[in-house]
Design a protein around this ligand. Structure first.
Ligand SMILES: [Zn+2]
Length: 344
């Protein structure tokens, strides 16, 4: 394994890349400095080290994602930022640490999410089968995909049950709407989008109360984990302190996580953590490549996820075509490769 100072150099470069504002949303240059001020090291490295320190082979890791994107038409519409990041990070956690990833989405997105996870190479099985698969001598690499309730009361209850039943080593939220102190979840444009979003805040809060490591990944300031930089969001992000829904709070969420990773696109934040995990483990193959990236984005479109910016069902995310994400993954992989090579 590399010395910490060498990993910090690689982590800094990974953070630089995941915060490059290619989609030109003009938010990440505000979010990242706030998040970095709260963290002693590069954000991607802090997240990767938390996972390395906590996750043992065959441990379950929870990853929550999914954003119902035009719920006023139907809650069946969800976007391509989040699910690909969750699938790629699940793959890296399994490949690098032997984890059994369980991905949580809205109940009506379980089928679609399963196709994205399988595009990343993991066979989706029931939770019990996935755990059983991790002990199989014949190679089978499995994950679970489960629904999580949007109803707050059911979510609070389910969080307790799931954490007691599976005792995950870590809980990660990627591009998942976070509640403000009034219990409301908002779009980045300040509108109320509480109703159909799975209330993953309860899972995070319950995990934290049990001493389980938590990570939040987001790109807008309204996602779970952004509670870490709540004050900064209230001061500097549009609708941070005053939303349009009249709840009296702003979009700044209240739930905090042990590590917050801010990125220009949430998928990129998840890729950054996966790449850093590869660096920490000294195994480049832990991070996925452009071929897998294309497969994942195609599967997301085939499963009816839409690009949240363009509104089209197409293998793209946050308005950037698959080729851009493939190029991004290639660059990220090269940062790890060169970093490891030059440190030998
Ligand atoms: Zn509101």
């Amino acid at each position: 394994m590399l010395a910490e100072e060498q990993l910090i150099k690689i982590g800094e470069r990974i953070d630089q890349l995941i915060t490059l504002d290619v989609p030109s949303r003009n938010v990440i240059h505000i979010l990242y400095p706030y998040a970095r001020k709260k963290c002693a090291k590069p954000l991607s490295l802090a997240a990767a080290e938390l996972l390395c320190n906590r996750v043992q082979p065959r441990d379950v890791v929870f990853i929550a994602t999914g954003w119902p994107d035009r719920p006023h038409i139907t809650p069946a519409i969800a976007e391509t930022d989040g699910p690909p990041g969750a699938a790629a990070l699940a793959r890296a956690l399994h490949k690098g640490l032997g984890a059994v990833p369980f991905i949580f989405v809205e109940e009506n997105l379980v089928g679609a999410m399963s196709r994205v996870v399988e595009a990343a190479g993991l066979r989706v099985l029931s939770p019990e089968e996935a755990i059983q698969a991790s002990a199989s001598t014949a190679p089978i690499h499995a994950a679970g995909v489960l629904g999580f309730p949007a109803d707050p009361g059911k979510a609070a209850q389910r969080a307790k049950e799931l954490l007691a039943l599976y005792a995950p080593a870590a809980v990660i939220a990627i591009e998942k709407g976070g509640m403000n102190e009034k219990g409301k979840i908002h779009t980045s444009r300040g509108a109320d989008t509480t109703e159909h979003m799975a209330k993953v805040d309860f899972l995070m809060q319950e995990a934290a109360s049990r001493g389980i490591g938590t990570i939040g990944i987001g790109d807008g300031g309204n996602e779970i984990g952004m509670g870490v930089i709540r004050e900064g969001i209230r001061e500097s992000i549009p609708y941070g302190d005053r939303c349009l829904c009249g709840c009296g709070g702003g979009i700044a969420p209240s739930t905090i996580t042990d590590v917050l990773v801010t990125a220009a696109i949430s998928n990129w934040g998840a890729y950054g953590v996966a790449a850093c995990l590869a660096a920490v483990l000294g195994k480049t193959e832990v991070f996925h490549d452009a071929v897998v990236e294309e497969r994942i984005l195609r599967a997301a479109a085939a499963a009816s996820f839409i690009d949240g910016i363009t509104g089209y069902v197409e293998p793209s995310a946050d308005g950037l075509a698959s080729t851009v994400h493939q190029a991004f993954v290639t660059l990220l992989g090269e940062l790890v490769r060169q970093g490891l090579k030059n440190c030998k």
